[in-house]
Design a protein around this ligand. Sequence first.
Ligand SMILES: NC(=O)c1ccc[n+]([C@@H]2O[C@H](COP(=O)([O-])OP(=O)(O)OC[C@H]3O[C@@H](n4cnc5c(N)ncnc54)[C@H](O)[C@@H]3O)[C@@H](O)[C@H]2O)c1
Length: 284
Amino acid sequence: MRLENEVVLITGGTSGVGSAIVDRFVEEGAKVAVFGRSIERLKTIEEKHGNKVVGIAGDVRSLDDLKRAAETCVEKFGKIDTLIPNAGIWDFGRSLVDIPEEKLGEAFDEMFHVNVKGYLISMKVCLPYLVKSRGNVIVTISNAGFYPNGGGPLYTATKHAIVGLVREMAFELAPYVRVNGVAIGGVSTNLRGPAALELDQLTISDLNLDEGFKQAPVGELLSSYDYTGAYVFFAERKDNRPATGALLNYDGGLGIRGLASFTGSADLLEKLNLTEEDLMKVNI
Ligand SMILES: NC(=O)c1ccc[n+]([C@@H]2O[C@H](COP(=O)([O-])OP(=O)(O)OC[C@H]3O[C@@H](n4cnc5c(N)ncnc54)[C@H](O)[C@@H]3O)[C@@H](O)[C@H]2O)c1
């Protein structure tokens, strides 16, 4: 177990990647305070993990809610070692030309308030506890923090903003608190859109992501759990002391896609006189 005696607070931990991170961190020995909107889902997670998890209901746009989350975490588990700002919404790739001008301001506010202000507030309320514990922050970014077409201009702008937030906060909090980001790629989850664009009832899992992600060099759509290892690495106190201000592209290789083909390996086996049967059966 790599995270024994560590205490983590995560936002958006009741579904998708956040919920997989909760499972993984509990497996690794951590205690986890889960902040989410759905009381029902929080109850389910508490039932699943018993006294290793505490659920706190609220909205990441509310300072009071997040303050209560930090206080509850400390009351229950004594400290906060790792904060994981993760709650987010997506814009389903809605282009600027397709956003009605009377909806633009409202949609902008909603996207930025959840995706950026929510991260800022969570850092603000956890700050004294994180400094005390010489802890760390791990933010969920996205491929959209680096490349176009992972969303529309609203989502892409929020995730680029978070890249800046990691750099600035890593600077401001060094050497007491390490701040790092994991730019995960596409995954079929409950991810929804802004109500301002009437996208709050649609989820990313309603789309056929499988086809699109065969075009990532990794060759398949990854699961939420596949993304959890990077969070464990950044949370551990061993082996990663140099990691602060680090931004990990953890998206199945989207940044090394070729122009003529997605990977350069089409005839690799043939050139090496190998067949699929010659490859080791590994658990990937
Ligand atoms: N799914 C993808 O393809 C993908 C790709 C790259 C990055 N991401 C990022 O991963 C993170 C997690 O998303 P996910 O895919 O697991 O989706 P998800 O919807 O399953 O998880 C996001 C969580 O955030 C919560 N949330 C949303 N608005 C909130 C608010 N105002 N207050 C409190 N909680 C709120 C949701 O209820 C949900 O539990 C997000 O930051 C997202 O941008 C997702």
